[in-house]
Structures are given as structure tokens and as C-alpha cells.
Write a protein that binds this ligand. Structure first.
Ligand SMILES: [Fe+2]
Ligand SMILES: [Fe+2]
Length: 363
């Protein structure tokens, strides 16, 4: 005797109930959710104004001491789409940090890797495993995974920089370890040692061999970077990014860190790039100039000091309608995508490659 429809439905309901109780999920009920045709990110495009960031960083400087336990005076950018996760994108932490004259942010290490991009100030340093890297505006300084680092300010003015870390990714991998150094500051073994050895153009010392996972160059100075941008900017460049460089590890020719790619790009006056989308996420810092980006149809106007996020698989293009060059620094999780065979990009093909603007971002 065949079963009636209500019997079958009841048995199926019982089956689903038991599956739930036994911590099982029938894949056929959630296939569309787990395997969408393309990424469905929660990361939102967003922009933080420098006028707010700088004012609040300085205010934190007045209100909050740096001490063991607090470790760092840092304001992290929180993406409003991520439901309270402490992250600028699903994989990247980005922040502004301020160190005041005479301060030393105590030495520690963690399995999250970090970069600093210097926004304001001079005569400050990051000591990475004993190499005291002196920092100025526009420098990119690395503190690779599990390297000891402290920061100090020897100027009579505060220093403010951008922090970029892979902490959200390392956190999702349940691989966060942290250790304070036994004393407040790490002994200084050498000053600007990595820069002395490894910043020559296409040259590296023959006696230096790669050491484990650490990139040999820790400080990418601004002046040669800018000269390279100017030189290459005399000719044709990328249709999507205009003049854009990736910072490289001189030993491997690959990204500076396994999890974070760092880029510097110049949008020349009068350039409006074509749109494309990439599976990686990005956090941009406007180092110089002004312009705007169109992200998924919304126009984000930016000026010097601002930060903005481009989510995974979001259409984006950049424009500079002014007379001065605009320079953007960015961190991107591209190396992770490439290492795992997940990297994809796609050019926008409608409307001659540029999106129709349907709105303007307001915070
Ligand atoms: Fe740190
Ligand atoms: Fe892009």
C-alpha cells in the first residue's frame, strides 16, 4: 500500500527535525546559499574622512596613555556590513595609530602580519627584531608574522600612520598567538639595516641568503617609490588603475607578505579609469590629492588622508578631474587569493567600460 502525501510530508518533517537535533544539514536545502553563482559578500564599500580620523587620533593621544596591556593607541576601521566584526574587510584590519613624542609602544609579537604606511610625522621608528627602521611620510614598513616590534617617536611632533594587518583572516583560521616581549623595548642591534642591504634597484648583496619566511627588506622608502611612479607615469598605464605598482619582496619577486599585497598608484590629472571587479578586497588610503571612485554605481569622493574600502567582486573605477596628481596606497588580500588558486577579475563592458553613477556616498 502506497503512503498518502500527508504521511510522506510528516515523515519528511520528522527527518528534518532529527537532522537538526543531530547537528546535520541536508545540503539540498541550502545549496543556493552555500554555492551562489558568484561571491555574496557582506563587506560594504565605505569611506572614512581624514578630518575625523586625524581629530580622533589626536584626541586619543590626549586621553589615552600607551602602556603594557593597552599596547597600542590605534583606531580601527570597522566595516558596517560585517555585523560588528573588528575588521575593515572580511580579511583585513586597517587602522590609524598615533605615537607621541618620547613614547615607546611596547614590544610584542603576534601571528598576524602587519604593515605601516606613514601618513604624518618624522624621526619615529619601528624596531623589527632589532633592526630600527627610521620612518618618514610615505614609507611602507613591514612587521612580518611573529616578528618582535616596538614603535617609538624621537620627534617633537606625533607620528600618525596606517596599520594594515591580516588579523581578521588569521582570527577566522583560529591561529592568533600573541606574546609580549619581556622588557618594554627590544634591544637595537642595527639601524636601517634591511634598507641598507636591500633597497638597491635590482641589486641584492650576494652574501645574504633568504631567512625563513621573513622578507629581507622591511622599509620601502617614499622617495624612490615616488620617482618610479613619476617615471613610469610618463607613458601608458593600466586601464583600470592608471599608474600602479605592487611592492615586492626582493628575494622572491612576490608580494611583501604572504597574506597582504601592498600597492601604490597614481591617478594622473584628467584620468578616469575603466571599471573592473576583482575577487580580492582592498583598503585604500589617499596619500595625496583628490578624486573619486565609483564602487557598484555609488560615487565616493575622496581627498588626502581619507580611507575607503572596495569589497570583493565590486565594480570599481577611479577618477581624477583635478590638475594635481592623486596618489593612493592600498592593501589587498590578493596574495591569499592567488596562493589558493581563487584569484579572478573581470572588466566592466557596458557603457564603454564605465559605470552609471546612481548615488553618492554619505557617511
Ligand atoms: Fe603589533
Ligand atoms: Fe582594481
Amino acid at each position: 500500500m502506497s503512503k498518502s502525501a500527508p504521511d510522506t510530508e510528516r515523515e519528511l518533517n520528522d527527518f528534518y527535525q532529527e537532522a537538526d537535533q543531530r547537528h546535520l544539514i541536508p545540503l539540498w536545502k541550502v545549496t543556493a546559499q552555500l554555492l551562489p553563482a558568484e561571491p555574496q559578500t557582506k563587506v560594504l564599500p565605505y569611506l572614512w574622512k581624514w578630518s575625523d580620523l586625524r581629530r580622533m587620533a589626536n584626541r586619543a593621544g590626549d586621553l589615552v596613555p600607551i602602556e603594557r596591556g593597552g599596547e597600542r593607541r590605534v583606531l580601527g576601521l570597522i566595516n558596517p556590513g560585517l555585523g560588528g566584526k573588528y575588521a575593515a574587510t572580511h580579511t583585513l584590519w586597517a587602522a590609524v595609530q598615533i605615537v607621541k613624542p618620547g613614547e615607546i609602544a611596547p614590544c610584542h609579537r603576534h601571528t598576524a602580519a602587519a604593515i605601516r604606511f606613514i601618513i604624518e610625522g618624522d624621526r619615529s621608528y619601528t624596531n623589527v627584531n632589532g633592526d630600527k627602521c627610521m620612518m618618514s611620510r610615505g614609507d611602507l614598513v613591514l612587521t612580518p608574522n611573529w616578528s618582535w616590534h616596538d614603535h617609538g617617536c624621537e620627534s617633537d611632533q606625533p607620528m600618525i600612520w596606517m596599520d594594515g594587518l591580516d588579523l581578521p583572516l588569521v582570527g577566522d583560521l583560529d591561529a592568533v598567538f600573541f606574546e609580549p616581549y619581556p622588557t618594554h623595548a627590544h634591544p637595537v642591534a642595527q639601524i636601517n639595516d634591511s634598507e641598507r642591504k636591500f633597497s638597491g634597484p635590482h641589486l641584492k648583496p650576494t652574501w645574504e641568503k633568504p631567512e625563513g619566511r621573513y622578507p629581507p627588506l622591511l622599509n620601502y622608502k617614499w622617495e624612490p617609490t615616488y620617482q618610479a611612479l613619476k617615471k613610469i607615469g610618463e607613458g601608458a598605464a593600466s586601464p583600470f588603475d592608471d599608474v600602479c605598482f605592487q611592492y615586492l619582496n626582493p628575494h622572491t619577486g612576490g608580494p611583501v607578505l604572504p597574506t597582504i599585497g601592498c600597492y601604490i598608484q597614481m591617478i594622473r590629472p584628467g584620468i578616469h579609469t575603466q571599471a573592473h571587479r576583482q575577487v580580492n578586497s582592498a583598503v585604500y588610503h589617499v596619500f595625496e590629492g583628490r578624486g573619486y571612485s565609483v564602487i557598484n554605481g555609488t560615487r565616493f569622493d575622496w581627498e588626502r588622508g581619507d580611507f575607503f574600502v572596495v569589497p570583493p567582486w565590486a565594480w570599481h573605477e577611479h577618477a581624477n578631474e583635478g590638475k594635481e596628481e592623486a596618489i593612493l596606497f592600498s592593501i589587498q588580500d590578493t596574495p591569499v587569493m592567488e596562493a589558493l588558486g581563487l584569484y579572478r577579475e573581470q572588466p566592466y563592458q557596458e557603457h564603454d567600460g564605465q559605470q552609471k553613477v546612481i548615488g553618492t556616498f554619505e557617511s
